[in-house]
Design a protein around this ligand. Structure first.
Ligand SMILES: NC(=O)c1ccc[n+]([C@@H]2O[C@H](COP(=O)([O-])OP(=O)(O)OC[C@H]3O[C@@H](n4cnc5c(N)ncnc54)[C@H](OP(=O)(O)O)[C@@H]3O)[C@@H](O)[C@H]2O)c1
Length: 254
């Protein structure tokens, strides 16, 4: 009989959890009856270390809002991608009980993007492709590092104008040169399904590729409006599954 292995999710609040459902079903399907997944709702990180110390056979944790950045000081080391992104959504408990942080959103996004572009950009050659990233929050940081590694130049569109961002009003000037649009804002996510990023949709054409990180609803208003202009569109559902599988791979690796 295998030794019990405990996994879980920390965040606050944790009313709807994709991860718990995903891993519970995975453990059932793959007959991993020694594996268990729990929700650890933490109003603050004050009890994080005691949660880790007092949870027998803890092997790994997922991290969600609002702790993807604030959990970093509690960890012993960071994987190179998590370090560059400055955010962690997966923690692995190493055999010496040290904690190492990873960012599986990076992997999920990058693989989903590669799949999305595969037909039009064979052999992962993205020469001439430039991106506009809408939003500058946590997911945007993972997207930025993933695009850097694919050598796809990008510009971040934000409500806050800084040296490294442009405004939504300036978006129009970049419409032709940037064929890849990525929404990393929560605009359009259930239940606010009638919201969408405030870009000029008249600028969208059939030569655009539009990726929305939002996955509920499956066809967001943003995707719908871009699709109407002939753009190729994809939601964040595949990324969601890929980042969960990457977490599992990280936890299983010796
Ligand atoms: N598919 C997946 O696997 C996956 C993974 C991670 C996240 N997500 C989704 O990605 C979205 C963002 O998540 P996150 O963790 O990055 O959140 P976050 O850290 O709160 O960042 C969201 C960013 O969106 C922009 N934003 C927020 N409200 C806005 C508004 N009313 N109008 C315009 N811009 C607004 C802000 O950027 P500015 O201040 O720069 O405007 C903000 O920094 C969520 O919907 C989440 O579910 C999906």
């Amino acid at each position: 009989m295998s030794i019990s292995a405990q996994y879980g999710l920390i965040g606050y609040p944790l009313s709807h959890s994709f991860s718990k459902k995903y891993f519970t079903e995975k453990f059932e399907k793959e007959q991993l009856s020694h594996c268990h997944y729990e929700l650890y709702e933490l109003p603050t990180l004050q009890n994080f270390s005691s949660l880790v110390a007092n949870t027998p056979n803890l092997k790994g944790l997922n991290v969600t809002i609002p702790y993807k950045q604030s959990v970093i000081p509690f960890l012993d080391s960071l994987d190179e991608k998590a370090q560059r992104i400055s955010a962690v959504n997966v923690i692995k408990v190493l055999t010496n009980n040290k904690l190492r942080g990873y960012n599986s959103d990076y992997w999920g996004f990058q693989q989903s993007l590669k799949n999305f572009l595969a037909k039009d950009f064979p052999n992962e050659q993205y020469n001439g492709l430039n991106a506009l990233i809408l939003g500058s929050g946590g997911a945007s940081k993972a997207v930025q590092v993933a695009l850097q590694d694919l050598e796809i130049p990008f510009i971040v569109v934000s409500r806050q104008l800084t040296e490294t961002t442009i405004s939504y009003e300036q978006f129009t000037h970049y419409q032709d040169s940037c064929r890849l649009l990525i929404n990393t804002t929560p605009l359009g996510m259930y239940p606010e399904i009638n919201a969408c990023p405030p870009i000029n949709y008249d600028c969208i054409s059939p030569h655009h590729f539009v990726l929305d990180l939002v996955y509920n609803p499956e066809m967001t208003l943003f995707m719908q409006k871009c699709h109407e202009k002939g753009a190729k569109v994809q939601n964040g559902l595949e990324m969601l599954y890929l980042q969960a599988e990457k977490a599992w791979e990280i936890w299983q690796k010796i």
